[in-house]
Design a protein around this ligand. Structure first.
Ligand SMILES: [Zn+2]
Length: 379
C-alpha cells in the first residue's frame, strides 16, 4: 500500500498514478523550493523591547527556555492580549545563540507580516525572514516566520518551532498541515493558543510535556465582557449606526464584524449613509492593505470587516461590534473570544466595549461570555 512520505495519507481516493508511479493528491499543492542546509553558527541575539516584560511573562519565558533545554515541548495557554508572543522571544534568542534553527509559524499571512515587523524591532541584530504565499525568495534566516502552509519547505528542519494560534483556521483540524508541521520539526516546539482544544490539552498532559497558563493580560485589566443586544437585522443596523455616532464623538475607532462578504458590503452601504469616514474590508477587496493601513493611522473612524481582522491587530482605544453574532457557522465561541480580544490591548487604553448584535442568543455567544468571565477571575 502507498503511504505518502510527506503527509502520511494512505486513503486510496487521494492517491493518483502517473506512469505507474503513485503520488499523493492530498499534499501535491505543497511543492516548491525547499530550504537549504546552510550552516547556522551561534550568534548573539540581543533583545530590544519597547517595554519590560511583566513578572509573570518573565517567569513563563524562563520556564519555556528551561523546558526547551530539557527537551520538553511546551503548550502556552494564554488569553488574548496577555503578550504571549513576547514570552517566546527568550527561547528564540536561546536557539539563535546556540546555533539552532528557529521558526515561528502562524496560520495566516497577515499575522505573519505583522509579526515580521515586530520581530525586526525585537531582534535588531538578527536576520529575520518572512515566508508566505508568493513571498519565499529567502528561506533561511536566524528566525523564519512563516505560514503553516509553507512548512513543507522545511522537512526535518527546525530545532525550535514556535506555533501560535494553533486553534485557528486553516490549521485547526487540517490533517495535511498538521503532518507538515510534525515533519518540519526535528527538535522541540512551543505551541500557543488562547483557546486550545480539549484534545491538545489532553495530548500534552499525557505525553508529559508542559502546559503553562497565562491568564492575565499584561496590563492586569480584565478582558471586556461582551454585551448582548437582541433584535431583528434592521434594528441591529440602526443600533450599530447609533453606536458608531457615539464612538465618533468620543474619538474611539471601531471594528464592526460581519459574517459574510455580502453582509459586510450591504451593512457598509447602509451605515455609510448615516456615518461618514468609514470603510470596509474583506478577503476579496483588492486594496484592503491600504484600507487597514489608513485605519491604523487613524484616518478612518470605523471599519466594517469580515473575520480577516479577527486576529493579530492591535489598535488603541478600539471598540468592537458584531453584526449577526448568531451566525453559528462563522461565529463559534473561540472566534467570538478572539474578536472580543481585539479590545483593550494597549497599556494606555485597557478598557473598551464589545457588543454582540443578534436575533437570538446562541450557545456559542453564551460560551464565549462565560469563558471571558472565567479568564477575568484570574486577575
Ligand atoms: Zn501527501
Amino acid at each position: 500500500m502507498f503511504v505518502c512520505p510527506r503527509c502520511g495519507n494512505k486513503e486510496e481516493k487521494y492517491i493518483g498514478y502517473k506512469n505507474g508511479e503513485a503520488y499523493c493528491r492530498k499534499c501535491i499543492i505543497f511543492s516548491g523550493e525547499e530550504a537549504r542546509d546552510v550552516p547556522h553558527p551561534p550568534k548573539k541575539a540581543p533583545l530590544s523591547l519597547a517595554y519590560k516584560l511583566s513578572e509573570e511573562q518573565s517567569e513563563l519565558s524562563r520556564k519555556i527556555v528551561e523546558n526547551f533545554v530539557k527537551g520538553v515541548d511546551t503548550l502556552v495557554y494564554a488569553v488574548c492580549g496577555s503578550g504571549k508572543t513576547e514570552i517566546s522571544y527568550g527561547v528564540l534568542a536561546y536557539a539563535i545563540s546556540h546555533g539552532l534553527r528557529a521558526g515561528f509559524a502562524l496560520p495566516r499571512r497577515d499575522v505573519v507580516i505583522e509579526l515580521y515587523w515586530r520581530m525586526m524591532k525585537a531582534f535588531p541584530n538578527n536576520k529575520i525572514v518572512a515566508v508566505y504565499g508568493d513571498h519565499h525568495r529567502r528561506l533561511e534566516g536566524d528566525i523564519v516566520i512563516l505560514t503553516t502552509h509553507q512548512l513543507y519547505r522545511y522537512p526535518d528542519y527546525f530545532d525550535l518551532l514556535v506555533m501560535d494560534e494553533i486553534d485557528a483556521f486553516p490549521f485547526k483540524g487540517n490533517d495535511v498541515l498538521i503532518a507538515l508541521y510534525k515533519k518540519s520539526l526535528r527538535g522541540h516546539c512551543v505551541l500557543m493558543s488562547a483557546t486550545p482544544s480539549k484534545a491538545i490539552l489532553k495530548e500534552f498532559h499525557k505525553k508529559n510535556h508542559e502546559v503553562l497558563e497565562l491568564m492575565t493580560r499584561f496590563h492586569k485589566k480584565p478582558i471586556p465582557v461582551p454585551k448582548v443586544s437582541l433584535s431583528i437585522p434592521l434594528f441591529q443596523t440602526l443600533k450599530i449606526i447609533k453606536k458608531l455616532r457615539e464612538y465618533k464623538k468620543e474619538g474611539k475607532p471601531c471594528f464592526v464584524f460581519a459574517p459574510t462578504i455580502v453582509l459586510c458590503e450591504s451593512l457598509f452601504e447602509k451605515v455609510s449613509l448615516a456615518v461618514k469616514n468609514g470603510s470596509y474590508v474583506h478577503s476579496e477587496r483588492p486594496d484592503k492593505e491600504n484600507v487597514i493601513d489608513d485605519f491604523k493611522k487613524g484616518k478612518l473612524d470605523f471599519l466594517i470587516t469580515t473575520s480577516v481582522l479577527e486576529r493579530g491587530v492591535t489598535i488603541k482605544n478600539l471598540q468592537v461590534l458584531v453584526f449577526h453574532a448568531d451566525n453559528k457557522s462563522i461565529y463559534d465561541s473561540s472566534t467570538l473570544i478572539q474578536i472580543s480580544g481585539r479590545v483593550g490591548r494597549k497599556m494606555d487604553s485597557p478598557n473598551g466595549e464589545v457588543v454582540f448584535f443578534a436575533q437570538k442568543q446562541t450557545e456559542e455567544m453564551t460560551d464565549a461570555i462565560r469563558k471571558i468571565e472565567h479568564y477575568n477571575t484570574f486577575l
